[in-house]
Ligand binder design. Sequence first.
Ligand SMILES: [Zn+2]
Length: 278
Amino acid sequence: MAALTRLMKPTSTIITRRSLSTTTAAVSDIQSSLSDGKGGSSRTNFQWVFLGVPGVGKGTYASRLSTLLGVPHIATGDLVRHELASKGPLSNQLAEIVNQGKLVSDEIIFNLLSKRLEAGEAKGESGFILDGFPRTIRQAEILNEVTEIDLVVNLKLREDVLVEKCLGRRICSECGKGFNVASINAKAENGRPGMSMAPLLPPSHCSSKLVTRADDTEEVVKERLRIYQEKSQPVEGFYRDLGKLMEFDLPGGIPESWPKLLEALNLDEYEVKRSAVA
Ligand SMILES: [Zn+2]
């Protein structure tokens, strides 16, 4: 993954992107492995990206899959928090950006990502699941220049359910744990199946200390969705054109969605380990 570091040296001509013909072959491998139920056991590359609107639960699914597959789950938000907490070389610069409420630049994000992947590689890690990254078409293009992404999973959830779920979020003001008080029973309509999601209720010692995040109002949640969709559609299109995008409509909460997701990813051979993760 030294390739990502080379990104910071624009004069370098070495890139790891495969030739067009190899890419096409890799794409057809992915497509066949996703459709014929055979490719999974021979697949060794797990350089995956998880996309999905805030609140869809992509962190949860990415985290479970990373445990299952033995590859790191990398969320750029965590990279920024880790750099700040560990007082890394970029922490002063980052603190300033974060305090001013500005967006962290692509250069810094790629720098952190590169550092994280190299540290992992040194420990013998291979593959990754990127969570919520790339966020923009520019990031997707740069990422594509420096490494091969094998599969992009786009997690989707009915918008009415998603909004309800976001509005049900609560945090314990004492221990900081997250819960969800929404009990979702969306009716089937317009050809969409109905959907039920059980609340994730707090233990009794947390229940009197629950708070709602100030930005979890219906208006803010809907605006966040709109902004996300505006930015992510070109990213989705980019990977769709490469034949690497897998759309996945979440059929409900984790108990319904997790087995279906494994099925769609053709990870049946990981069945034995599944109980350890579920
Ligand atoms: Zn608590």
